[in-house]
Design a protein. Structure first.
Length: 107
């Protein structure tokens, strides 16, 4: 399965458009991550625990997108777009990642 942000796959011809596919991943943070992030906010630097959650959420959304495209018989998903949103406040912070694209057959 090919996932690409472009509207085509180089060297391949799109023979059928199977429809838009969409997937979401919602990942929660926790009190300890939030506490360390607040410290990093004051002293500066990268927040590895948040980066890990962010990476996991992207991977989950793309994995679900691929599974939905396979269920339609697709060979690829073109025009993949990832959107991110932070939900909640205080100790209830959630990261929402959505992945969208067009499932296609290639020839």
């Amino acid at each position: 399965m090919i996932l690409t942000t472009t509207d085509s796959v180089e060297g391949k011809r799109i023979t059928a458009y199977l429809g838009i596919v969409a997937a979401d991943a919602m990942m929660g943070t926790n009190l300890f991550r939030d506490m360390f992030a607040k410290v990093r906010d004051v002293v500066g630097g990268r927040v590895g625990s948040y980066e890990k959650v962010f990476t996991e959420a992207k991977q989950e959304a793309l994995k679900d997108l691929e599974e939905k495209a396979k269920a339609l018989g697709a060979d690829a998903v073109v025009g993949v777009d990832l959107d991110y949103e932070i939900l909640g406040a205080d100790e209830k912070t959630m990261l929402h990642v959505s992945a969208n694209g067009t499932a296609v057959k290639l020839g």
